[in-house]
Design a protein around this ligand. Sequence first.
Ligand code: BT5
Length: 270
Amino acid sequence: MTGDSDQRPPLDAAVLQQELALTPDLSLELLAESPSTNQVAADRARDGAPDGLLVVADHQTAGRGRLDRTWETPAGAAITFSLVLRPTVPAAQWPWLPLLTGHTVSKALAAFGYNTRVKWPNDVLIDGLKVAGILVERIETSDGPAAVVGVGINVSTRAEELPVPTATSLQVAHADLTPTREGVLLGVVAGLREGFDAWQAGGADAAQRLASSYVAHCATVGQDVRVDLPGGTAISGRAVDVDLDGRLVVETAEGRQLVGAGDVVHVVPE
Ligand code: BT5
């Protein structure tokens, strides 16, 4: 049997540099290993890093999820990166950043042939299982607030390496397709750069288009859901929409509720 190091070569720095040079407003910092690219990108943002700094870890060893959860990826099998943005949109639009990121990652993976959907707010699913996770953090810096957009994608992770039963990878979902890690990274990053720029430049029209497009591709809308809220309580009902502020609209027995943050469970009827 061939060892993992043969099957899982390091990211090809030359290919990444060459291709990213074609995308304006992106600069690459490629790390062989890092505890968390979000942590590094936040430090760089505080030190004055401009919009477009892309921190990529070939292997991330202590990846962070939301609410102190972890993001686990074997060496050489995943994409883990964080993009520093300095958004110019009004503060009220910031909640759309994680949704836009999930939507864009989903579309970029769909372009490789995968049947992806987003679970509100930003988990990217294939066949109902999570292939990518997103952690967007707001960082206060002396040049104003920055956003660190962290993305983890399971690429060639084998079934037995997946950390939880709700996870999948591109390879597990569709072994015939599996693109290279470089290809996935470049496709996703180009999509994000384009998506953020169009959203920021497009004003109210772009915000409206994003909301419609997001709802059309969101696996959660139309589902019976339970939403675990940050305070420890939960609500149940039918998710019917995502409003213009990015909140999930849930019809419950007590009436319509707007959810700004929470963990959604899609309730599959027995
Ligand atoms: C997330 O949190 O899904 C955000 C993950 C963000 C990871 C990226 S990688 C680059 C950047 N640097 C970082 O340090 N982080 C970002 P959340 O929604 O809280 O989901 C976390 C939960 O997903 C865990 O508690 C597990 O149940 C599950 N999980 C952990 N690793 C996973 C994986 N590789 N694939 C699918 N699910 C996973």
